[in-house]
Design a protein around this ligand. Structure first.
Ligand code: 57M
Length: 359
């Protein structure tokens, strides 16, 4: 909004020329989102506690989690509000990709909200059914995929990281591919969200990584120099990624161990889906498996554990899935698991960034 209001005045006040630059608007979008989260955090925590939206803790989980009972959840509403507010303030509102990313953020946030609301407010113990949740996620992701494919000049080619000469044109099949990436990312972040700061840390790391990819993909000269897909107009998604990282930091302030608030499904489903959408827009879809490798490892631990459990009538590979519970049950203190998982996420993000040169 500020871009539309202030940039046109640059002919009279030359300092307003700065609103033209994506880098400038990204920095301020992230600071704005951080401040919204940071300043409104205590109020949201008080409000949620007052409304008794406190986490119910399952009996079958690690013992250490019982002391977390009653921690306010649905903090994702704060993250979504900060990201949407900061993006609307700093992005170019005529940009189609910015709107599609916001649609996914808010849409998946709404699905998560319904789930949390049923569970926390209506005390409907399981929330939405797994099938109902997956149906709504798939529907929304297909709509986002369709909107992307219909966007002007959007390529339906899929490229493979590290191999610049391998690419596949999926044509209309790209809609399903995009939906798969978005829904997969959404659920993987949701599975990871089981320790204080465990999901938001790697989300910030992935948002910063995609902030760089979005800037590069949207800049014709840099994209050409690095020989990566140039995606016209995708540069504006940089502002969204900045807002995501900023809001993540603001939320982490309160979600850091010992957490004063959890994000709930409203947070985890929407953050994962947004990262999936950004990966699709920047044409770095497959690379998301590496950028968000930690989420993939957590999701795979569940898939292997559940399959093995069913095949062997109750035997397990890990002490408990998702993987973070395995390490907790091995005796690692919670903060150690969290920080070590963050370290892995940073290393994976650095390897992902190296694909800009290694190809
Ligand atoms: C939701 N939710 C957390 C919080 C957060 C198929 C199966 C593996 C699915 C999986 C599952 O349901 N995962 C998705 C995980 C929960 O956190 C809430 O949920 C929101 C995210 N959706 O924002 O509102 C608990 O996680 C802890 N937490 C923190 N700090 C945070 O910042 O400590 C969350 C955020 C919170 C809190 O304790 O209550 C969760 O873990 O439930 N199921 C599981 O993860 C279960 N695994 C399992 O049953 N494994 C089995 C196999 C055979 C399926 C096995 O390995 O034997 C575990 N979850 C729990 N207890 N709580 C195991 C038992």
């Amino acid at each position: 909004m500020l871009y539309h209001l202030l940039y046109p005045l640059h002919t009279t006040i030359s300092a307003f020329n700065v609103f033209r630059y994506i880098t400038f608007r990204t920095i301020y979008a992230s600071l704005t989102a951080f401040l919204i989260c940071f300043l409104f955090g205590p109020w949201v925590i008080r409000k949620l506690s007052y409304m008794q939206i406190g986490q119910y803790i399952r009996d079958d989980g690690p013992q250490s989690h019982h002391q977390k009972a009653g921690t306010p959840t649905m903090g994702g509403t704060l993250i979504i509000g900060s990201v949407a507010g900061a993006t609307l303030l700093w992005a170019d509102l005529s940009n189609v990709f910015m709107w599609i990313t916001l649609l996914v953020l808010l849409g998946f946030g709404a699905i998560g909200f319904i789930d949390d609301y049923l569970m926390q407010v209506k005390k409907h113990s399981k929330g939405l059914t797994a099938r109902g949740k997956l149906f709504l996620q798939t529907l929304l992701a297909l709509i986002a995929g369709l909107l992307l494919v219909l966007s002007p000049d959007f390529s339906t080619q899929v490229t493979v990281p590290f191999f610049k000469n391998i690419s596949l044109n999926l044509s209309w099949g790209y809609v399903f591919f995009a939906a798969f990436v978005i829904v997969g990312a959404s659920n993987a972040v949701n599975l990871t969200d089981g320790l204080d700061g465990l999901a938001i840390g790697p989300t910030i790391i992935a948002a910063v990584t995609y902030m760089i990819f979005a800037y590069v993909a949207g800049h014709m000269k840099i994209a050409d120099y690095l020989q990566i897909n140039y995606v016209a107009l995708s540069g504006e998604v940089t502002v969204f990624c900045g807002a995501l990282a900023g809001a993540g930091l603001g939320f982490l302030w309160f979600n850091a161990y010992p957490a004063q608030i959890f994000m709930g499904d409203v947070g985890s489903l929407s953050l994962g889906a947004s990262l999936g959408t950004v990966a699709v827009i920047t044409k770095q879809e497959i690379l998301l498996a590496l950028v968000g490798g930690l989420f993939v490892i957590e999701a795979l631990s569940v898939i292997f554990q559940v399959s093995f459990f069913k095949m062997t009538n109750g035997k397990r590979i890990f002490r408990m899935a998702p993987l973070h519970h395995h390490f907790e049950l091995k005796g690692w203190p919670e903060p150690k698991v969290i920080v070590r998982f963050w370290i892995i996420a940073i290393a994976l993000a650095l390897i992902s960034l190296s694909t800009l040169k290694l190809r």
